[in-house]
Write a protein that binds this ligand. Structure first.
Ligand code: SF4
Ligand code: MG
Length: 334
């Protein structure tokens, strides 16, 4: 299958007082039609900036973007705002952490969905109402006919997020980007929203990019995981490879810090100590070096590239760590 989205050597810098933050530093990945991919990492790792670059929602200046983002073969990086509006409305949908900021408090949920439908699908308002109720049903909102006429404040947090997903789906997007969609919600609701996303991927064939700091929420929804650290991809693979055979010490750290269903009561979670490097002046060597308990001398001055893990050439499992580079075999830890 040809790729729906191809991101090549994406770099995003922000002008700030005292210099330029290199928020995204040469990111490569692609998404196939119908695929659900998670981008995981701590806050400030560049995952949201990557998502906003795809939507072209970054203010320029202060942001400067270079590299290539191809969506259905078309270059996004050089698109005019006018063309971008059409893509955002019809091809790529986005949902955010806090639906209250994206919902209009003065309009009913039904009106907000039908507006999108009428604008993008060129259907009558009567048809739009039928479709909107279908969409509310599709995202698991009970009594959609009643809910159609209610305002955002009459919805709970979880129901608002479902309504946001319904609005994003109203333009029938090929790609849905969800940036921390469940962070503000409690665990049970989180799981429900994740099921809704998975359901949409399976039933509608929508590709999904799920942006999250929580590796725990990706397993149910995503086929593939991209782990970002300090503006770079440090590991990528299928969810089986990432959960079952993590290669990068940062990925292993994320897994150790994440609560598991089978977590023994007496086994504490182990947080990753320290904080990410200053991206105004990124380190010369591996960006994880200062926090890595497996660091070697080679890591100090040499930044490892993302290379394939293992001999299986069909696998897309890759890591950016000297431990997996044969070149560094025999290096001692420091
Ligand atoms: Fe640790 Fe070195 Fe691997 Fe970086 S390259 S994650 S410092 S072992
Ligand atoms: Mg973010």
């Amino acid at each position: 299958k040809t790729n729906l989205l191809e991101v090549t050597d994406l770099r995003v810098n922000f002008k700030v007082r005292g210099g330029e933050v290199q928020a995204v530093r040469g990111v490569n990945f692609s998404i196939k039609p119908g695929e659900a991919v998670a981008i995981v990492g701590e806050s400030g790792c560049g995952k949201s900036v990557t998502a906003q670059s795809i939507m072209k929602l970054l203010p320029s200046p202060p942001a400067t973007i270079s590299g290539s983002i191809r969506f259905k073969g078309e270059e996004i990086v050089t698109k005019e705002e006018k063309q971008m509006e059409a893509i955002r409305g019809q091809e790529i949908g986005m949902i955010f952490q806090d639906p209250m900021t994206s919902l209009n408090p003065t309009l009913t949920i039904g009106t907000q969905i039908t507006e999108v439908l009428v604008k993008h699908q060129k259907i009558s308002s009567r048809q739009a109402k039928v479709k909107a109720i279908e969409l509310l049903h599709l995202v698991g909102i009970p009594n959609p006919e009643t809910r159609f006429g209610q305002y955002p404040h009459q919805f709970s947090g979880g129901m608002r997020q479902r309504a946001m997903i319904a609005i994003a789906l109203a333009c029938n997007p090929a790609l849905l980007i969800a940036d921390e969609p469940t962070t503000a919600l409690d665990v049970t609701i989180q799981a429900q929203i994740m099921r809704v996303l998975k359901d949409l991927q399976v039933r509608l064939g929508t590709s999904i990019i799920l942006i999250t700091h929580d590796l725990g929420v990706v397993a149910d929804v995503c086929d593939r995981v991209i782990v970002m650290y300090a503006g770079k991809v440090v590991e990528t693979g299928t969810k089986w490879e990432i959960f079952g055979n993590p290669q990068h010490p940062y990925t292993r750290g994320l897994l150790r810090s994440m609560p598991r269903l089978d977590q023994p009561k007496d086994e504490p979670l182990i947080p990753i100590f320290g904080s990410p490097p200053d991206l105004i002046k990124p380190p010369l060597g591996c960006s994880f070096c200062a926090r890595c308990d497996e660091a070697m001398r080679v890591c100090l001055d040499n930044d490892p590239e993302l290379v394939a893990v293992g001999a299986n050439s069909d696998s897309e499992h890759a890591a950016a760590c000297w431990l997996t580079h044969s070149y560094a075999q025999g290096e001692k830890s420091i």
